[in-house]
Design a protein around this ligand. Structure first.
Ligand code: FMN
Length: 162
């Protein structure tokens, strides 16, 4: 898929069909995640893939605005290394690579907030990753909805100093 089209057509998808995504495609998405830029090329991330129904349900009930996690095919959780200055920026860059590659492959996802949320520790405990920082939670599935356009016009968000 053309990169510009992929960026412009990506939307948050919170409704998924029951279909399971082939593991090969999840691996392609993870491979895109690890190609993200990071400060000093530290790559201070770890990606946890959850496809176990019980754990998906648990994550869905923990995350206040992420109940739809329980209906996804796979959920990728982006973790950062504690004590690494730019773990959050780096993790967000990897998160965007995930969202865009998901869209390029014809699947859907939605960034569910992780960092700084009151349930952050609960998510880390459920994953047995208490030594890490939580960046984002990304349920992935075959889209079962098609949201419309929702962006502010370019001139409203741009100041051009010539
Ligand atoms: C940092 C961040 C946290 C978000 N957290 C949630 C969330 O907890 N639950 C949710 O349904 N959507 C969440 N979203 C998705 C936004 O609601 C969505 O990106 C926004 O409405 C714009 O829609 P779009 O992604 O379709 O362009 C989050 C997005 C970002 C960037």
């Amino acid at each position: 898929m053309d990169t510009i089209k992929c960026i412009k057509e990506r939307r948050s998808i919170r409704n998924y069909k029951e279909e399971k995504i082939p593991e090969e495609d999840i691996r392609k998405i993870l491979d895109c995640a690890r190609h993200a830029p990071s400060a000093n090329n530290k790559q201070p991330w770890e990606f946890v893939v959850v496809e176990n129904d019980e754990l998906l349900e648990e994550l869905g009930s923990i995350c206040s605005y992420g109940k739809f996690i329980e209906n996804c095919s796979h959920c990728i959780i982006v973790l950062g290394k504690k004590g690494e200055k730019y773990f959050l920026e780096d993790g967000c860059a990897a998160t965007m690579n995930i969202l865009l590659s998901v869209n390029a492959l014809g699947y859907g996802s939605c960034w569910v907030a992780g960092h700084g949320k009151k349930y952050e520790q609960e998510v880390l405990e459920a994953l047995k990753k208490k030594e890490k920082k939580l960046v984002s939670i990304l349920p992935i599935g075959v889209p079962n909805e098609k949201p419309g356009k929702n962006k502010k016009p370019l001139e409203k968000v741009t100041e051009w100093v010539k």
